[in-house]
Design a binder for this molecule. Structure first.
Ligand code: SF4
Length: 422
């Protein structure tokens, strides 16, 4: 029997999909690439934008078209929000809301499913088909799921439910296993709303004590977490990387209010000034442009506020109407051409700010985790998330090397070149 897992969406989905693959392998089923014919297809879907919904539907029907007798199991946000539609129209055979439920179905299918007559069933071929797990050097670690912030544009709380934290010891066991058995040196703590993880400081403290673990990253935090206690505490954790992704979404207080975000620009500004006391810190963010009733003036407020904060990088999202959210019924929906124009302006600003930030890091020394090489060039990221390019014939993937930044490579993707490494 063969199965294939396709992941769509965020780091949390990626983490869940890796777990799903393990369940498949542990049940003695051959895990094959999505491009191959399988008896079972598991699509871990996303619903953050209309585009993600469309992609989720496309991938589900693509799986069906590969093997009409295959079993389609849909998971993730789009599947949960559209369960009835997918099952009633037999677009999917199962809609699962968690991995335990999936395992029960898999065990059941193993007993009863008529396996596709895979002509290429000889051993060599099976080995060729078997998914080659790529050597990884950074591991995403899911620490919580769910959110109850109910931002007016977001479907996630309806898809993933209320916040629930993973047990701290379970997380520590997982990280120790990865460091001991997979030589993982860097982890990224991920979740739907990490700021709601109750024991975050305790967790980072324990992780900071794991000898073989060299770097800890946090995928994203809400600005409301940045109080003096939190900032003073995290300064003591040497392995915690000085890069924080803190979604702003808008720089207009009018729009922040109608987004139901839990802060205004003054609070956001003051909190960022506090965390900027961390040396060489880089701050990235998310911005939604074209939210309902966003006027030119509101957009200019956002543009100027972004400059005032001086972010390292900005991810821009044109507002996407989502079913079941409050904002879908808001007046003065903004048309797509204005959203496009505003996105372009923020993307241009982001590239200028990134250049300025890297310029401010020139001649400074950083540790870089080497994660990729093309010919004689090696690539990796500094702890404050600057992408580094270095020419070398002695480096290896997963090395951590000390470097001094010498120069900026301006053509995209924005990278920094090494002056020297030690
Ligand atoms: S914090 Fe807001 S945007 Fe983020 S998952 Fe929760 S509701 Fe969605």
């Amino acid at each position: 029997m063969r199965a294939s897992v396709l992941n769509l969406g965020c780091k949390v989905n990626f983490y869940d999909s890796e777990k799903i693959k393990k369940v498949i392998i542990q049940n003695g089923i051959l895990l094959v690439e999505f491009k191959n014919i399988a008896d079972i297809y598991i699509i871990n879907t996303c619903s953050v934008t209309q585009m993600s919904d469309k992609k989720s539907r496309q991938m589900i029907s693509r799986a069906r078209s590969k093997n009409v007798n295959s079993i389609i199991i849909a998971m993730g946000c789009y599947a949960k929000l559209n369960k009835a539609y997918l099952l009633e129209n037999q677009i999917a055979d199962y809609v699962c809301s968690n991995i335990d439920e999936l395992e029960k179905i898999i065990i059941d299918l193993k007993k009863n499913l008529e396996v596709y007559n895979h002509k290429d069933n000889n051993t060599d071929n099976k080995l060729n088909l078997k998914i080659k797990t790529k050597k990884r050097f950074r591991a995403f670690i899911k620490i919580q799921d769910g959110c109850n912030n109910f931002c007016s544009y977001c479907v996630i709380p309806y898809a993933r439910g209320l916040p629930n934290d993973r047990d701290i010891n379970e997380i520590l066991d997982e990280v120790n296993y990865l460091c001991d058995n997979e030589n993982i040196k860097e982890i990224v703590l991920t979740g739907i709303n990490i700021s709601s993880y109750k024991k975050l400081i305790d967790l980072i403290k324990e992780l900071n004590n794991i000898k073989k673990l060299l770097r800890i990253r946090i995928s994203s935090i809400e600005v409301n977490l940045l109080n003096d206690f939190f900032i003073n505490k995290i300064k003591t954790f040497k392995k915690l990387c000085p890069h924080f992704h803190i979604p702003l979404q808008s720089g207009s207080n009018k729009i922040l209010k109608s987004m139901n975000r839990k802060y205004d620009t003054d609070f956001f500004y003051d909190s960022i000034q506090k965390i900027k006391s961390i040396e060489n810190i880089s701050i990235t963010t998310d911005i939604i442009v074209g939210f309902p009733d966003e006027t030119d003036e509101d957009f200019n407020d956002t543009y100027n506020f972004i400059k005032k904060i001086n972010f390292f990088k900005i991810h821009v999202f044109p507002y996407s109407q989502r079913k079941n959210t409050k904002a879908i019924n808001f007046k003065n929906q903004v048309n797509e051409s204005i959203k496009k124009y505003r996105s372009k302006k923020i993307i241009k600003l982001s590239s200028e700010l990134s250049k300025n930030f890297i310029k401010s890091m020139l001649n400074k020394t950083f540790e870089v985790l080497i994660e990729e090489n093309k010919n004689e060039f090696y690539f990796g990221y500094t702890d404050n998330y600057i992408k580094i390019k270095v020419k070398s014939n002695s480096l290896k993937i997963n090395d951590i090397v000390k470097v001094r930044i010498g120069n900026i490579i301006t053509e995209p993707p924005l990278e920094a070149e090494i002056l020297r490494f030690f």
